[in-house]
Write a protein that binds this ligand. Sequence first.
Ligand code: TMP
Length: 212
Amino acid sequence: MSIGKFIVIEGMEGAGKSSAITVIEKMLNEQGIEYINTREPGGTPLAEMLRDMVKSVSQEEKLTVETELLLMYASRSQLLANKILPALAAGKWVIGDRHDLSSRAYQGGGRGFDENTMNTIREITLKGFVPDLTLYLDIDPHIGLSRAKARGDLDRIELEQMDFFIRVHNKYRELAAQDESIITVDAAQSMAQVHQDIKNSVLAFITKMSLK
Ligand code: TMP
């Protein structure tokens, strides 16, 4: 039995990650590929508690940026050990709603943690583990945030100022351009075109994997 593959969907709020995931699920179903879904932060009972801590707005106690960083990686560690690695070892594919690229963009770009700090904590947590394919849905933060606002209540991170999201966006683009396992999809296109681009990329990936 071959080891499963890890496909990650990344992007800022309002980029359309949820519908992109639905497109990928349909494709894997059509190909008869077994998969599980994960989300970050979260995805295990303990990691979901960490997700609540990270997302909830408290008037009582402000979350420091250091705590935020550590909680993201604590959640990722739980998810990797308890869900992602066992699924891959059992030959299942994993569709991840966010993974490490989010931390590098939000905590690295947005909060300003430097490369060395990010690399150290990544190495402790992931020990070199990387996704097989990442689809980064690129959206201008002004458009993405207005979509997210239209959806309803904003969480603690979504309440940040626009300059934070501009830094996150710049970092996403910078990192995506440096890594050939990250495919950038222009999420400002029509939904039909975005979905077509996703299908093309995933199909090319599945074909490449089956030829190996
Ligand atoms: P979402 O999954 O509903 O998009 O919410 C997750 C929020 O957490 C989103 O604002 C992005 C943020 N986030 C980080 O800041 N760092 C991370 O490593 C991850 C996974 C998410």
